[in-house]
Design a protein around this ligand. Structure first.
Ligand code: ADP
Length: 485
């Protein structure tokens, strides 16, 4: 037995959701707390460099002043452009109080030219720990605090040979108030996510477990033999498929159950009739002197034979069903085999003027490789049926013909025939077209089912064609035994 502890679907879903949620939240927190500063710094540095490059590329253009102001606004940077005398020709500032430019006298700005010129035209440097100047905004909480700036300078020469120095300054001090706001948002997001995950997991698991539980309850009802249970369709595809399969199983089990009940009813009915006769005749012979006649004894013998053939039929059927039936193949002549069967009907032929005619054309022999005993059984069953159902001419024709690789045996009668809509069922166990037919009352309804199973075991085809009022033609084909031919 599997002793591993079983976890319910509900908890499984909940646990999976929680793990994903935890992962996302941890990722968010780490990004916010650990990497926010470096993200911020990287972005600002990149933007400053972009702005410096754009301004440097546009020196000498007419709208340079407008462009510098636009770059300053766009990237939130302060920009200075110095001419060859290190005088500011263009200025665009952002957040003046925190700008590094405010902490360095204009007279020293030339150092950026020198550093850039030494460094191949471009120079950048971080300035940390300078104090913000008093801003116009009295509420700027950061005035006087320690700031960090990133300054990039570029030396450019315009078309007329004038040298300019572009200096871009960005405040990259982490913005604490933004971080605090983000943290509050993060806490808010965390709470909302936890609640959302909880609710979603509960709704989802309830939606999944409810139909499964229902199916399980119905399956238990089915197990008790209630074949009327209906497994309801579901909007979940897999559960719907499970329901459909169980409905199919239920229908099939129901059929088997009905068949089994019919089987018991049929067999008990079929057994009771001969047993009553045997019992009745035996009692009469015991109680009434002079009743021990040959006729009465014959009734008992006939009924005993009927009983044993019925029991044999039932046994055959169950052997075929369980696969226990072994075939014993041998090579024999089908013509000889059929000729051997006909004398069994001699008594019938003499007494009731039946005629059983066998035609095999020009064929002298018809060797086949099959189970002789079982093929005899097929012939008896088909001929018995033909004799029983044939019409007033009391004639049964057996015809053997050669068709390519097979020999086909036709057993024809001139009886009422079989209605078209009943044809597919006559091979079923216990099926009788007309239960009130004289012969059907005697028969077990197993004959054709046995015939079909024997021929299936030979991979042989069989069939029937019938015209109402004109008779039936039951046929089967056996492969030729070429090695012997
Ligand atoms: P049974 O023992 O009742 O004859 P079978 O399985 O041999 O059972 O036949 C099934 C049913 O097929 C019969 O009850 C009968 O209604 C029909 N049937 C079989 N053979 C013939 C035939 N030659 N002509 C008309 N009906 C037939």
């Amino acid at each position: 037995m599997n002793t591993k502890k079983k976890i319910s679907l509900k908890w499984r879903i909940f646990a999976s959701f929680s793990i994903i949620m935890l992962f996302i939240l941890v990722l968010l927190w780490v990004c916010q707390t650990v990497f926010l500063n470096s993200f911020y710094k990287t972005v600002k540095v990149y933007e400053s460099k972009q702005a410096a490059q754009t301004v440097a590329d546009s020196i000498g253009e007419e709208d340079i002043e407008y462009l510098i102001a636009a770059q300053s606004n766009k990237h939130d940077v302060s920009i200075r452009v110095l001419d060859s005398n290190f005088q500011s020709v263009y200025t665009a500032s952002q957040r003046n109080a925190r700008s590094f430019f405010n902490n360095i006298p204009d007279s020293e700005l030339y150092t950026f030219y020198e550093k850039a010129a030494e460094n191949g035209g471009t120079y950048s440097e971080y300035f940390e720990g300078f104090a913000a100047r008093v801003s116009e905004n009295k509420n700027d909480a950061r005035k006087g605090s320690s700031l960090t700036s990133f300054v990039v300078s570029k030396v450019v020469t315009d078309a007329s040979g004038n040298t300019y120095t572009v200096i871009v300054d960005t405040d990259i001090t982490p913005v604490d108030s933004v971080i605090t706001t983000l943290r509050v948002i993060l806490i808010f997001v965390t709470v909302i996510t936890v609640l959302a995950v909880l609710v979603t997991a509960l709704v989802l698991s309830a939606g999944l477990t409810k139909p499964i539980k229902k199916i399980s309850e119905k399956a238990k009802e089915l197990a008790t033999g209630d074949y009327t249970v209906e497994f309801e369709p579901s909007s979940i595809k897999e559960i719907d498929e499970l329901s459909a399969s169980l409905n199919y199983t239920k229908t099939e089990l129901g059929k088997i159950d009905t068949l089994q009940k019919e089987l018991v009813a049929n067999i008990s009915h079929d057994l009771r009739t001969p047993l009553t006769l045997i019992g009745g005749y035996a009692e009469v012979m015991r109680d009434i002197p002079g009743e021990i006649t040959d006729e009465n004894l014959q009734v008992i013998i006939d009924e005993t034979n009927r009983l044993s053939s019925l029991v044999n039929d039932v046994l055959d059927i169950s052997k075929f069903s369980s696969g226990a039936q072994q075939m014993q193949f041998e090579t024999f002549d089908l013509i000889e085999c059929i000729q051997g069967v006909i004398p069994r009907y001699n008594k019938l032929i003499e007494k009731d003027n039946y005629r059983i005619l066998f035609e095999h054309g020009a064929l002298q022999s018809a060797p086949v490789y099959a189970d002789r005993g079982r093929i005899l059984q097929v012939l008896y069953n088909l001929i018995n049926n033909a004799v029983s159902y044939t019409g007033a001419d009391k004639t049964v024709n057996i015809r053997l013909i050669e068709e390519g690789e097979v020999y086909t045996v036709h057993i024809l009668d001139s009886g009422e025939g079989i209605p078209e809509d009943k044809m597919p069922y006559i091979w079923d166990r216990y099926y009788k077209v007309d239960k009130n037919h004289r012969r059907a009352q005697m028969g077990s309804g197993l004959g054709l089912s046995i015939v079909k199973q024997i021929l299936d075991a030979h991979n042989a085809s069989c069939g029937v064609s019938s015209t109402l009022g004109e008779g039936s033609d039951f046929w089967f084909s056996l492969a030729k035994n070429n090695s012997e031919a």
